[in-house]
Design a protein around this ligand. Structure first.
Ligand SMILES: [Zn+2]
Length: 248
């Protein structure tokens, strides 16, 4: 069994064959956690939870600034509290947002979701792009460890995040990304979890990604670390399972 701790199977890229994609993963013993973003993504994701028995985290893209959307998202997260395993993705994106004022707004919104995760006692899954030091500082000051999805920071930053209890999520781009391969080499296995971020971050650039591909990451990590595939499978599954309190 493997866990794809972060995917977006509710996205339109899967409209024609969503069921097949989910079945393909299930058949290979891959457990899916779908991340539903914003009011629309949340409703679609809850439908997938009800229809296919997959797991879900609910959140909002860091670049969603509209305060109505933030309020609606929070309301829906509270409404579906019992159907979900975590809050996310939420976080900071400095790649798309350059203006200091807007970055400050992102930080304020991030704090709102960190507090919500504490209030609802739910694990947190964080998106951080070109914003690692601010992200880690916020988590540290809130004393809230998180999964850092598609971690793009340095090894030093990854170790700092680990020191406050975070897990580092390695995406399927590890097949071709030197940075992700280096992370897998330097980060202890008991701090690593696996994700696809499907339809994005494909092992084959410019193609649609899907949850079944998480297997390729596990194979690659085994090869990089010079350990058995079954060890990567067992430990990463344990890591994600414990973090999200999954009954598996
Ligand atoms: Zn994502």
């Amino acid at each position: 069994m493997l866990i794809d701790n972060h995917s977006h199977l509710d996205f339109p890229q899967f409209d024609s064959d969503r069921k097949e994609v989910i079945e393909r993963a299930k058949k290979q013993g891959i457990l899916i956690i779908n991340s539903g973003l914003g009011p629309e993504g949340i409703e679609k994701t809850i439908k997938l939870v009800d229809e296919h028995g997959i797991f879900a985290t609910l959140g909002l893209s860091p670049t969603g600034f509209d305060s109505d959307i933030i309020e609606d998202t929070i309301e829906l997260i509270k409404k579906y509290r019992k159907k979900i395993v975590g809050i996310g993705e939420v976080g900071l994106d400095y790649y798309w947002v350059k203006e200091p004022g807007k970055r400050m707004t992102e930080i304020q919104n991030f704090r709102i979701f960190i507090e919500l995760s504490k209030e609802l006692n739910l694990p947190l899954l964080v998106h951080s792009r070109d914003a690692e030091s601010d992200t880690i500082r916020e988590l540290k000051s809130a004393n809230k460890p998180a999964i850092l999805h598609c971690f793009s920071g340095t090894i030093k930053q990854a170790k700092e995040a680990i020191s406050i209890g975070c897990l580092i999520s390695i995406p399927t781009t590890i097949i071709h990304s030197k940075q992700k391969q280096e992370l897998a080499r330097k980060i202890p296995l008991d701090r690593i979890v696996l994700e696809t971020d499907a339809p994005y971050l494909s092992p084959v650039p410019k193609t649609r990604n899907e949850s079944a591909n998480v297997k390729l990451s596990a194979k690659k990590i085994a090869e990089i670390k010079g350990i058995e595939y079954s060890v990567v499978e067992r430990i990463t599954t344990e890591n994600a399972g414990k973090f999200f309190n999954l009954k598996i």
